[in-house]
Design a protein around this ligand. Sequence first.
Ligand code: CA
Length: 239
Amino acid sequence: MQIMSLAAGVVMAGEHILIVEDEADIAELVEYNLARADYDPQCVATGEEGLVQAREAEPDLVILDLMLPGLSGLEVCRRLKADPRTARIPVIMLTAKGEEEDIVAGFEAGADDYVTKPFRPKVLLARVRAVLRRGTGQRRREDDVVDLEGLEIHPGRHEVRVDGEVVDLTRTEFRILQFLASRPGWVFTRSQIVRSVHGDDYPVTGRSVDVQVAALRRKLGAAGPLIQTVRGVGYKMGD
Ligand code: CA
């Protein structure tokens, strides 16, 4: 597709998106919808080709099917994220419906978001736009003050306020909140939260993340619902 547009002398202004999908009809559907939305899509059918193209074409985003012949989508994602040349390229995983464990594994492998098949093109496009937007410097620095619908986090002062009132949090609760708020709308798995917090007051496990989040929500009161459960995956901060 890319070669065709180059040959026609068309200058594509949209972001270059690499689609790694072995099912031709799905690849075509995704490619068609991306092109119509003024992106510059390119399809490959195997993980091996995906890795080569990700390095050569330096796409702005990779849409990666999980079930591929040969190298699996998970393995492709791991290799993309392990290679400094491709580690920064965001990855959206395509997974079959109900494979929640695969979604978790995808996030562990470094995927930035996922879409379950069958999907509506509109939904995929919305995810593509969101991931590309996040990629352009939306990530907050650790010391930035966060202000989300009445919830303020002051990292320097280790202080949290809800509607102006100081909320008393433990060190672990504060870290979890700060971690989730570092990327609003971004889903974090329990083990990513554990790794980010690695509590020094006591060991943090996946299960105890649930306990901590429950306590956090309670203490945050009106702002508690900002912390959303993503079933089978983990948590995110509402955006
Ligand atoms: Ca497939």
